[in-house]
Design a protein around this ligand. Structure first.
Ligand SMILES: *[C@@H]1O[C@H](CO)[C@@H](O)[C@H](O)[C@H]1NC(C)=O
Ligand SMILES: *[C@@H]1O[C@H](CO)[C@@H](O)[C@H](O)[C@H]1NC(C)=O
Length: 329
């Protein structure tokens, strides 16, 4: 009897990742990368998005131009709102013929610059206690009720509030009557045609939570952070506040940043010596482009509007002078 030989066979697995990041602003470039771990040559890749149908079941829908990513990279040179979604890939090889299973799911979140609808979260904060009621309401200018609230969570992937057991949707408002930690995820407003707007992060946590804004803060605005605990009165604790892992203010009941700038962007959390630590939340800061653009346009248009009058006045003065000159002659 010879020595035993160990043969290890590993199943080729497709792994999907994203570069540079999964949270983007409209217009940013982004690449989805599909790889077969431990085996690099001879594969062609196909691409899918996750969809949820009216019976809440999930499906993989091939991307219409799947061949574009056959080499393993699927690039959006300029991300658009319609690219928000959950992606999956799969690899195949001809010789010897082999199909991998579907890859992990990879969400891609594209935030619009000026969305036509706002997602109003009440209570108005990112982190929430367990066993409370929260409402998520899509509000547009015409008060229409054509919006659906949908969410993505790690455990259940895509879900529609209307078809769910966790929430109830009336009009454009989704109500979660008793929150649980599994409600943590990304929520948005979706139109009938499938456009997704106003993505927000929601975190549900047992114990200490950070009170921070749901939507980006505009540069120059005031930002107030509090540390809340459900079983204390008042609910805000005297706590320490951290940004990106370092202590920025200790032993305070609220942290106020009076004029927010881009440098305040980051992950925040709070910590109480006995009650514990809150989850981290990302606070983003936006520059109000629209205002500066509007003022420039405004000035420009008033200058343009005044121009013809000025011209006519100059011509009239000129003619007037010439006529005076003639008559005095
Ligand atoms: C949601 O949280 C992630 C980090 O977990 C962050 O990168 C992203 O910008 C947040 N999105 C919004 C809309 O705040
Ligand atoms: C908290 O702040 C006080 C006063 O600034 C300081 O003396 C103390 O060392 C700080 N504590 C911690 C844990 O950083």
């Amino acid at each position: 009897i010879s020595d035993a030989v160990t043969l290890t066979v590993s199943v080729p697995r497709a792994v999907l990742s994203v570069s540079p990041q999964k949270w983007l602003t409209e217009g940013d470039p982004v690449t989805l990368i599909c790889e077969v771990k431990g085996s690099s040559t001879g594969w062609t890749f196909s691409w899918y998005t996750l969809t949820v149908s009216s019976d809440s079941s999930h499906h993989y829908k091939p991307l219409s131009d799947s061949s574009r990513g056959a080499g393993g990279n699927y690039t959006f040179s300029s991300a658009a709102l319609k690219h928000t979604g959950v992606y999956v890939c799969r690899a195949e090889r001809e010789n010897p013929a082999y199909y991998t299973t579907y890859s992990n799911t990879q969400p891609l979140w594209i935030t619009g610059v000026s969305p036509p609808v706002s997602l109003i979260v009440s209570p108005s904060r990112t982190q929430h206690f367990t066993l409370v009621t929260i409402s998520l309401s899509c509000e547009d200018q015409s008060n229409s009720d054509r919006w659906r609230v949908r969410r993505y969570t790690d455990h259940a992937q895509l879900e529609d509030c209307l078809l769910s057991s966790w929430g109830s949707q009336t009009g454009s408002t989704c109500k979660i009557s008793s929150t649980v930690p599994l409600d943590t995820g990304v929520y948005w407003c979706q139109s009938e045609s499938g456009d997704r707007y106003n993505l927000v992060n929601i975190t549900v946590h047992i114990g200490v939570i950070l009170e921070s804004p749901v939507h980006p803060v505009t540069e120059g605005d005031t930002l107030t952070l509090r540390c809340l605990y459900p079983y204390s009165t008042p609910p805000n604790l005297r706590a320490d506040f951290y940004k990106d892992g370092s202590l920025i203010q200790n032993q305070t009941t609220e942290m106020i940043i009076s004029a927010v700038s881009k440098s305040h962007e980051g992950f925040y959390y709070c910590k109480h010596p006995e009650r514990g630590v809150s989850p981290k939340s990302w606070i983003s800061v936006t520059v109000s482009h629209s205002e500066s653009q509007i003022s420039v346009l405004h000035t420009l248009s008033s200058v343009l509007a005044v121009c013809p009058y000025l011209l006519v006045t100059v011509v009239l003065i000129f003619k007037c002078c010439r006529m005076r000159g003639k008559t005095s002659n």
